[in-house]
Design a protein around this ligand. Structure first.
Ligand code: PHE
Ligand code: ZN
Ligand code: ZN
Ligand code: ZN
Length: 285
């Protein structure tokens, strides 16, 4: 299989403009126009460092790639965010999920799919889920219906990791998928690994999907939460410390990756894609 891809221009307004944030990929209104043109023509756009405390608009892009093969009326979708906070490079958050998806997308080219598979690398997650919210809001009802599930992969390799699965029992989020949750926990069990549940608290890119009727879920390995004694027993690492001691800091660099967790979770991502690309028989219409 091969992919079609598109860049989806996203612009958002920062509540309190901070020069540091804007420097990442910021453009003022006037400068944004020619860049938007380039994006429309799918030309390459390099990040431009622009520091101006008065600037309120930022411009950035989602990258979306879809298999050319597979039923385009029935797509499975997965995503990771390609931005980081201004404070650091964001290698675990979320370079990890970003690279996992690239690897799975690459490996998938060797296989056939029955359902279409759509990958997203979201922009502006750290500024308030800008890219994924924009994407879901922009879908027509018809396009919304074609996305049969969304899988979120944010922070796959926290140094003091726990294998976390979004649990689909929150009444506020009726579209958390039980089928997907069970796929994850069955797989961890088959590998002889433990897992814990985390709630859909609206802190990652699944949020726009499940609030707009698309079944969703995902896995994570923990951010600024504190590892419990029980988790230390089953996952190793250190109770009392953050799952990711470098969460949203300068030290979230290439050293801030637990390779065991990264490989395990990348395999699970591959498993989730391999399963639902072949069949969606357990999924609600
Ligand atoms: N999405 C959060 C971030 O990017 C981190 C997070 C992931 C929080 C998963 C809770 C659960 O900073
Ligand atoms: Zn920030
Ligand atoms: Zn983050
Ligand atoms: Zn994140």
């Amino acid at each position: 299989i091969v992919y079609n891809y598109e860049k989806d221009a996203v612009s958002g307004t920062l509540g309190t403009p901070s020069p540091d944030h804007i420097a990442t990929f910021g453009l003022s209104g006037e400068e944004a126009a020619p860049v938007l043109k380039k994006l429309e023509k799918k030309e390459r756009v390099d990040a431009i460092a622009y520091i101006d405390a008065e600037v309120q608009q930022i411009l950035t892009v989602n990258i979306v790639a879809q298999t050319t093969e597979g039923d385009p009326e029935n797509c499975i979708m997965l995503g990771a965010h390609s931005d980081s906070v201004a404070e650091g490079p964001g290698i675990n958050d979320d370079g990890s999920g970003t690279i996992s998806l690239l690897e799975v997308a690459t490996q998938l080219t060797k296989f056939n799919v029955s359902n279409c598979v759509r990958f997203a690398w979201w922009a502006g997650e750290e500024e308030g889920l800008l890219g994924s919210d924009y994407y879901v809001q922009s879908l027509s009802e018809e396009e919304n219906q074609k996305i049969r599930l969304f899988m979120d992969y944010d922070m796959m390799a926290s140094p003091n990791f726990a294998y976390q699965v979004y649990n689909a029992t929150n009444a506020l989020n009726p579209n958390g998928s039980e089928e997907l949750r069970d796929l994850y926990i069955d797989w961890y069990e088959q590998q002889g690994l433990n897992y814990t549940f985390i709630p859909f608290d609206g802190r990652s890119d699944y949020d726009g999907f499940i609030r707009n009727g698309i079944p969703g879920g995902g896995i994570a390995t923990g951010a600024e939460g504190i590892k419990t004694k029980r988790e230390e027993k089953v996952f190793g690492g250190k109770a009392g410390d953050w799952y990711d001691p470098c969460y949203h800091q300068l030290c979230d660099d290439v050293g801030n990756v637990n390779m065991t967790a990264f490989v395990v979770n990348t395999k699970l991502i591959a498993h989730s894609v391999a399963t639902y690309a072949v069949s969606l028989k357990d999924f609600p219409k």
